[in-house]
Design a protein around this ligand. Structure first.
Ligand SMILES: [Fe+2]
Length: 321
């Protein structure tokens, strides 16, 4: 992990991210694969400094998919302002045109304690008291919806648990696209999928019996700002239904090939620790995440009420699925 403690270090990482964006490798070859998946971690900055230098952080956000500000201790107002500044530059909501009173509940949850997820685990077999076990499964945010969240800010306002618990993992799905075998790419570009699993607004996972009603969408979608291709899919078993190939019903061979590719990608995301990046939280940390690009998961080891964050969601102005 690269830790920025001053402006010059930040400039170095900024340069690294820019070089990665244009495909130039500033690092020794043997390190490139691992380094490419690192996420910017920044400390000793203030919310005011972030707002004054927002362009620098926008570039980092696009390059790494996540920015982790350590111990920023932003107020919820400052968090809102930083998120709106990003929305203003990238053309999504919220942005500077929104009034404060529009915050909850659509854009903002100020006391997310994951109560619904705890309730879900109470009826299941998982042992979420263990800090290495998965608390929130790997997912991309509400990809089944017409206009899902494409970014968020997470502000850890309370973190009173074991410091190594409740970690959040990320996998960059644009970088996953870049490691997919070439012979599969042309097929992926032709297909559309549906989700067989939905999440309702309480966080409850719904497994749908009727697969005909879901929204059909490309599995490869261009990033709203960079145009970089991103693999956007789910990771629950049988969550992705191949619905069309070049606009036609899929053949048995298409379905077989799709299952093969889906299995390969899921295996990479869920089990390849080289491409996962896990962040540890402190109270006062603020994370900005590009949810269009980043698959993510949360590990357990904390109890209800010990870990609470304020969250602002970001949406495109028009549905894109
Ligand atoms: Fe999520």
């Amino acid at each position: 992990m690269i830790l920025h403690t001053n402006a010059s270090n930040c400039a170095i990482l900024f340069l690294r991210s820019q070089m990665l964006l244009v495909g130039k490798n500033p690092l020794p070859t043997e390190l490139f694969y691992l380094e490419e998946y690192l996420i910017a971690q920044i400390e000793n900055v203030s919310s005011k400094e972030i707002l004054l230098n927002i362009n620098k952080y926008l570039d980092l956000f696009l390059a790494d998919g996540v920015i982790h500000f350590k111990k920023l201790f932003a107020t919820t107002k400052e968090q809102w302002d930083i998120t709106c500044a990003i929305g203003e530059h990238f053309g999504f909501l919220p942005n500077l045109t929104l009034k404060e009173e529009m915050r909850p509940p659509f854009y903002c949850v100020e006391n997310e304690d994951h109560k619904n997820t705890f309730n879900r685990h109470l009826s299941g077999p998982t042992n979420i008291s263990r800090k290495k076990s998965i608390f929130i499964e790997w997912h991309m945010e509400n990809i089944h919806q017409d206009n899902p969240q494409i970014a968020a800010s997470w502000n850890m306002i309370k973190f009173k648990c074991d410091p190594s618990s409740g970690t959040t993992g990320f996998v960059n799905m644009a970088k996953i696209f870049s490691i997919i075998p070439e012979e599969w790419i042309s097929f992926l570009k032709k297909i559309k999928i549906k989700s067989t699993t939905h999440t309702d607004n309480t966080g409850t996972i719904l497994f749908l019996d009727d697969h005909s009603s879901g929204t059909e969408r490309p599995i490869i979608q261009k990033h709203y700002k960079t145009n970089v291709p991103v693999v956007r899919m789910g990771f629950y078993p049988n969550e992705n239904l191949l619905s069309s190939v070049d606009g036609l019903d899929p053949s048995e061979e298409d379905i077989f090939l799709f299952k093969q590719i889906e299995g390969y990608i899921s295996e990479e995301v869920l089990n390849n620790s080289d491409i996962q990046h896990w962040i540890s939280w402190d109270e006062g940390d603020l994370v900005l995440v590009d949810l269009f690009t980043m698959a993510h998961a949360v590990r357990g080891g904390f109890s209800l009420g010990e870990r609470i964050f304020s969250r602002v969601w970001c949406y495109q102005q028009e549905p894109f699925n």
